[in-house]
Ligand binder design. Structure first.
Ligand SMILES: NC(=O)C1=CN([C@@H]2O[C@H](COP(=O)(O)OP(=O)(O)OC[C@H]3O[C@@H](n4cnc5c(N)ncnc54)[C@H](OP(=O)(O)O)[C@@H]3O)[C@@H](O)[C@H]2O)C=CC1
Ligand SMILES: N[C@@H](CC=O)C(=O)O
Length: 401
């Protein structure tokens, strides 16, 4: 089997390492490797097949094009060209699937070739294959997940080692966990794209990532971490989606998670995906969600599926768009923080609107844990406080149990 690899960064190198490690079992020939700057690879043992010119890739006779460049362009054009030339494609690119999944799946079908993307969600965790194959008979009605290794790594190191946000982000970049532009990680876009891929496959209709309520971790500070500790919780960037009456609701946001909740056990670059199926009940997948070897392993598995002619049906991307609701319409708890607060006024307003609340801190800022009937109720209180000018700034961190 002949493959061409576009991109020789973290994941590209992980894939090549796995191909080398298995060469006694599988005969895979790498015909070319596309990079942006081939001068970086002069001393590589693959220097003779490393190129900056996409035409060098397509002039070879290849069975699979593996796209590991990332981003939308020129990756989209390269994948499209491969599919139209009846070449199978494997990609780890969640940005691409979240944006152009429908077009590419259609194109693969029309040309009778495979488009596989296991590594696009959960890094090394085999999760798309179990979802689309092993769970085919189940109706999945909800899922919750930690889907971004970089942010989980940052939050874990801030919590466990007291390190600063900036220094851990730098470490995550050095370890190859972060996206080329880490804004995608820390603002929650990457996790939302993954949640949209999972939701599309699970709910059999197109779910768009921008339709979820979306909030990243860039504003989480040491005070949040310390409040979490004080309350026996951790902070995790969680994605959740539910399907009810043909509608989906969902979010990606940092939340407080009790120390006895399964999610709080998932630290560093690990990810978890928990599905709720009508027959299987709750089913969890846990493993490394980012990094060279784990992601290389997932890409290799897709290559092997094509090698062994295991073709899965994934036409969910071409189905109709499903509407997404953003807020939580049932009982919830949230930590509210107020900067430069008029403390008495805020507490008296909260007292008038809500039956149960605890003041966590009233030193240099005011922090209150509220127990409300819905997220709307909490948002209303925050609006009132803002309108009355009772504080300079307020923050809300939901707690999930
Ligand atoms: N890192 C991870 O843990 C995971 C990453 N992914 C996804 O895998 C994909 C690759 O990520 P990763 O390996 O981390 O990325 P890197 O930034 O480490 O590597 C990207 C590679 O693509 C090459 N490249 C970039 N732009 C171009 C271009 N325009 N033309 C030709 N080559 C180009 C770079 O060339 P050069 O070497 O010359 O700079 C580099 O070799 C992304 O879609 C990412 O989201 C998915 C799961 C986990
Ligand atoms: N940047 C991503 C890489 C894997 O998808 C992450 O941190 O999870």
């Amino acid at each position: 089997m002949k493959i061409a690899i576009l991109g020789y960064g973290t994941v590209g190198k992980g894939l090549v390492q796995m191909i080398e490690g298995n060469k006694n079992k599988r005969n895979i020939e790498i015909t070319s490797i596309l990079v942006r700057d081939k001068n970086k690879y002069k001393s590589s043992k693959y220097a003779n097949i490393i190129t900056e010119n996409i035409e060098d890739v397509f002039k070879e006779d290849i069975d699979i094009l593996v796209e590991l460049i990332g981003g939308l362009h020129p990756s989209y054009e390269y994948i499209k060209r491969a599919l139209e030339s009846k070449i199978n494609v494997v990609t780890a690119n969640k940005d691409m699937l979240a944006e152009y999944g429908d077009k590419l799946v259609k194109l693969a079908k029309e040309n009778n070739v495979s488009l596989k993307f296991e590594a696009s969600v959960g890094g090394g965790i085999p999760v798309l294959k179990p979802l689309t194959e092993s769970l085919e008979g189940n109706s999945i009605d909800s899922m919750y997940a930690i889907l971004n290794g970089t942010t989980n790594f940052i939050l874990s190191k801030m919590y466990n080692e007291g390190l600063s946000y900036d220094e851990v982000l730098k470490e995550a970049q050095e370890l190859g966990f972060a996206e080329a532009n880490p804004e995608a990680d820390v603002e929650g876009y990457d996790a939302a794209r993954k949640l949209s891929i999972l939701s599309t496959l699970a709910y059999n209709g197109r779910v768009y990532w921008k339709d979820f309520y979306l909030e990243g971790i860039s504003k989480i500070d040491m005070k949040d971490i310390n409040y979490a500790k004080q309350m026996g919780c951790k902070i995790k960037l969680v994605g959740q989606s539910k399907k009810k009456n043909e509608k989906v609701s969902g979010y990606v946001r940092p939340v407080l998670v009790d120390n006895n909740n399964l999610l709080s056990q998932i630290d560093n670059e690990y990810n978890i995906v928990v599905f709720n199926g009508d027959s299987i009940g709750e089913l969890s997948f846990v493993g490394k969600g980012a990094g060279k070897e784990p992601t290389g392993s997932a890409v290799y598995a897709d290559v092997m599926d094509i090698f062994n002619n295991r073709i899965a049906k994934i036409d969910q991307f071409t189905k109709e768009k499903i509407e997404v609701e953003k807020t939580i319409n049932n009982k919830c708890q949230a930590l509210l923080r107020f900067k430069s607060p008029k403390k008495e006024e805020i507490i008296s307003l909260i007292n008038a609107c809500i039956d149960e609340y605890d003041v966590i801190d009233d030193n240099d800022e005011l922090a209150v844990m509220v127990y409300a009937g819905s997220e709307y109720e909490i948002n209303n209180i925050l609006c009132l406080i803002k309108d009355k000018g009772y504080c300079e700034e307020s923050r809300k961190l939901l707690k999930i149990s």
